[in-house]
Design a protein around this ligand. Structure first.
Ligand SMILES: Nc1nc2c(ncn2[C@@H]2O[C@H](COP(=O)(O)OP(=O)(O)O)[C@@H](O)[C@H]2O)c(=O)[nH]1
Ligand SMILES: [Mg+2]
Length: 298
């Protein structure tokens, strides 16, 4: 299996040399996709044995999208240029691909991370976004934002990346699922990064959350609608409890009671729409799976 290691970089002169030389030593071809770093990243990467290109547009998403377009290896390994993911553990990511039991493997950072590798905000942000992801998608993944992944050609060639920034990890995960490919997580270790992070936790965390919900439409339109329904029922339960509480105290809130009824009815309606969507979508999804299965067999 021919594997190319892809490293998106933006001002990673402190970490890039070790990342590239470690993977080179293990015998991999390394492609650094640089986002116009203003430090010596490109020079150092080249000296350490990587092929270096400049990305088109801006953001990590665009850099990865370029790599997917240019490359044609059997598999791509994505890794940060900051030294936070150990090269020696790459076989853990490649093994499920080689065995043919997965099409996309994600390195889960949460079982073995160095102290300080996550900032506190980063850690809780990750936990919350993963929790939200599991709730919304009903798929048991625990580190969807990991930057260490291995992806088979069939998958990366079929993914159309639309997100330009840090939402790209969500997009890779959701596209894989939506296309009916198999994604698995394996535990890897995670170290403190070299240099400064490029992620702005609040802004990017918010964008990632929005992307998780927005892309649910592509994976399961039914769940997208159910979630809306759940939101309305939830609102109705809050206003409704208040109405009942006040009623016991002898105060009647007529307007709020009407609003409550509307919330609940809207919610129930969304559930019915969701059910119809579910029936339509399931058939389409089953066909897609069958086709993928057949393709693999041919
Ligand atoms: N090409 C490119 N790489 C980027 C850009 N932004 C971040 N990166 C790289 O993407 C990787 C992940 O970013 P990082 O700051 O480590 O985010 P974190 O791991 O989530 O804290 C690093 O290697 C960054 O240098 C960008 O705009 N363009
Ligand atoms: Mg990083």
């Amino acid at each position: 299996m021919k594997v190319t290691v892809v490293v998106p970089t933006l001002n990673e002169e402190k970490g890039i040399s070790k990342v590239v030389s470690d993977f080179r030593r293990l015998g991999f071809e390394v492609l650094v996709v640089d986002g116009n770093s203003r430090d010596r990243t490109r020079e150092i990467a080249e000296k350490s044995g990587a092929k270096v290109i400049l990305q088109s547009g801006k953001g990590k998403g665009n850099a990865i999208s370029d790599a997917f377009r240019i490359l044609d290896s059997d598999a791509i390994v994505l890794v940060d240029g900051d030294g936070s993911y150990p090269a020696e553990e790459v076989h853990k990511l490649l093994e499920p691909l080689e065995k043919g039991i997965a099409d996309h493997v994600v390195g889960n950072r949460f079982s073995n991370y160095e102290k300080g590798a996550f900032t506190r905000l980063n850690f809780f942000g990750n936990k919350i976004l993963n929790l939200f992801f599991r709730f919304a998608y009903g798929v048991d993944l625990h580190d969807i934002l990991s930057g260490y992944r291995a992806i088979r050609r069939e998958v990366y060639k079929s993914i159309e990346i639309e997100k330009s920034g840090f939402e790209v990890e969500v997009e890779l995960t959701v596209e894989t699922l939506a296309k009916g490919f198999r994604i698995v997580e394996v535990p890897i270790s995670y170290r403190r990064r070299e240099g400064e992070t490029k992620l702005r936790p609040l802004r990017d965390g918010f964008r990632i959350g929005r992307a998780i919900y927005g892309m649910l439409r592509r994976y399961s339109p039914a769940r997208y609608i159910y979630l809306l329904g759940a939101l309305f029922v939830f609102l109705g339960l809050i206003t409704g409890s208040y109405v009942v509480y006040a009623w016991f105290k002898g105060i009647t809130h007529i307007l709020l009671a009407i609003l409550t009824t509307m919330f609940i009815l809207m919610g129930v309606q969304f559930f019915v729409f969701g059910l119809i969507t579910h029936l339509l979508f399931r058939t389409a999804m089953e066909l897609k799976r069958e086709i993928n299965e057949l393709r693999r067999k041919i």
